[in-house]
Write a protein that binds this ligand. Structure first.
Ligand SMILES: Nc1ncnc2c1ncn2[C@@H]1O[C@H](COP(=O)(O)OP(=O)(O)OP(=O)(O)O)[C@@H](O)[C@H]1O
Length: 352
């Protein structure tokens, strides 16, 4: 059974139009006009148990709307969803026992009471037996170093402390699927990396399936082997992160540190005719841009054979650059390949 199975899922919001001016407002009183916003447009994907999948897209692409449908908060306009075998908006009570949710911008903890009291309330909501609750709480508190925070009211926690508590709250009932909507938003680099390590451990030790929505592509790099990319309500990429990089990356930068001053014309002469470009950083450091179509070992061999090299660093194009490029280029994608390795029908990208 797939952890998440989504077929031709669509969500259309109906919003009222506000006419301008006093006469417009009066007209609205008697006859409202509506327009439709198609936030999610017939998307399909499956996520097997135990996978960490990134769900990315620009503002307004439809990510949160999808997560809300997957967690049963919103009802789809059309299409089918199964999460852990349940239809989320129907079988609410049994369905929520199997999922955990963290919305980075919204808290599931009670603001004015101690963190531990919030956890106790959630234990009741999810009907977790006392012994199980204790052992799970001990494990999570130790892992996320929450010991000192448990008696503090949530309003007195820093954002990083609160987010660690939110994660505990979402995992107390041992859900098999975790939905994370911007879990690292606004956090400093240390807390971000703590949270990423924690999620990796949860996935490895308990096989927790994670669907992660984020604008922070470092989250994706650190956690996800697969990414689903959304644009204007449609899936425009579904596949491996490495494949995404290979497909979209235009080349590599290779930085050389030389043992003595090495002028650019000498380096350009060594690599003449193979299509690389040089940039001097200083007298003893230069960077060679190697487009994908150029053979890297040939380019390297030419430099190694003619210059005194102390150090070499290779920089791949990073995910941030690639994703920015995809959103801004409007380039056509090749057929989307699902994580299962099956080539799906061509998803026409509408990239703006
Ligand atoms: N309750 C709603 N009523 C009307 N329109 C909505 C509602 N919720 C979302 N939308 C619209 O649906 C589209 C998708 O919004 P959604 O919040 O899913 O995008 P998102 O990818 O999560 O964006 P962000 O990264 O900014 O959170 C947007 O055009 C948004 O304005």
């Amino acid at each position: 059974m797939q952890a998440i199975d989504v077929q031709q899922l669509t969500k259309t919001f109906r919003v009222s139009k506000n006419r301008e001016g006093l006469s417009g407002a009066l007209k609205d009183l008697f006859h409202r006009e509506y327009r439709e916003i198609e936030a999610v447009k017939s998307i399909s994907f499956q996520i097997p148990q135990g996978e960490i999948c990134g769900y990315i897209g620009e503002n307004g692409a439809g990510k949160s709307t999808t997560i809300k449908m997957l967690t049963g908060i919103l009802m789809p306009t059309s299409g089918h969803i199964r999460v852990n075998g349940f239809i989320p908006f129907k079988d609410r009570e049994r369905f929520v026992q199997g999922i955990g949710v963290v919305f980075g911008q919204r808290s599931q903890l009670w603001w004015d009471i101690g963190v531990i009291e919030s956890f106790q309330l959630l234990k009741k909501v999810y009907r977790v037996p006392e012994r199980e609750f204790r052992s799970r709480l001990d494990e999570l508190v130790e892992r996320l170093r929450l010991g000192d925070l448990l008696s503090r009211p949530v309003r007195k926690l820093s954002l990083g402390q609160r987010m660690r508590c939110e994660l505990v709250a979402s995992l107390l009932h041992r859900p098999s699927i975790l939905f994370l909507d911007e879990p690292t938003i606004g956090l400093d680099i240390v807390v971000k990396s703590e949270i990423r390590d924690f999620l990796k451990d949860m996935n490895r030790e308990h096989g927790t399936t994670i669907l992660l929505t984020t604008h922070d592509l470092q989250d994706i790099e650190a956690l996800c082997s697969r990414v689903i990319m959304l644009d204007d309500g449609k899936v425009i990429y579904d596949g491996g992160l490495d494949e995404l990089k290979q497909r979209w990356s235009k080349g590599k930068e290779i930085q050389f540190q030389f043992g003595k001053p090495t002028p650019l014309p000498l380096l350009q002469g060594l690599t003449a005719g193979i299509g690389v470009e040089w940039k001097a950083e200083n007298e003893v450091t230069a960077t060679m841009w190697v487009p994908n179509e150029v053979n890297v070992s040939e380019a390297l061999a030419r430099v190694v054979g003619g210059a005194d090299i102390r150090d070499i660093k290779i920089f791949e194009t990073n995910t941030d650059d690639i994703v920015r490029e995809i959103y801004s280029s409007g380039s056509a994608a090749s057929p989307a390949v699902s994580a299962s390795g099956h080539t799906e029908e061509k998803k026409e990208p509408v990239l703006r």
